[in-house]
Ligand binder design. Structure first.
Ligand SMILES: [Zn+2]
Length: 78
């Protein structure tokens, strides 16, 4: 399992964090995903596409109840 984000315009992979669920199981995955999303959102350079230059919206976790307000907004647009 790996939390990752793609450019909305050209689907270039922007950001990726690998989490070894094979070794560690799923228990820590959601925490790792939360950390990856927070890191992704903290710097707009993580969201800027190297191919087309599009600055993508903030990412979010699969679990919507943990959204911050900005993530909730981004989710509504995606
Ligand atoms: Zn792009």
């Amino acid at each position: 399992m790996r939390p990752l984000c793609y450019c909305l315009e050209c689907l270039t992979l922007l950001f990726e964090r690998v989490y070894p669920t094979g070794e560690k199981g799923m228990n820590g995955f959601w925490k790792a995903e939360r950390a990856a999303v927070t890191e992704y959102n903290s710097d707009s350079r993580n969201r800027t596409c190297p191919e087309c230059g599009t600055v993508n919206l903030e990412g979010y976790c699969w679990q919507s109840r943990k959204d911050t307000p900005a993530e909730r907004q981004a989710r509504a647009k995606w």
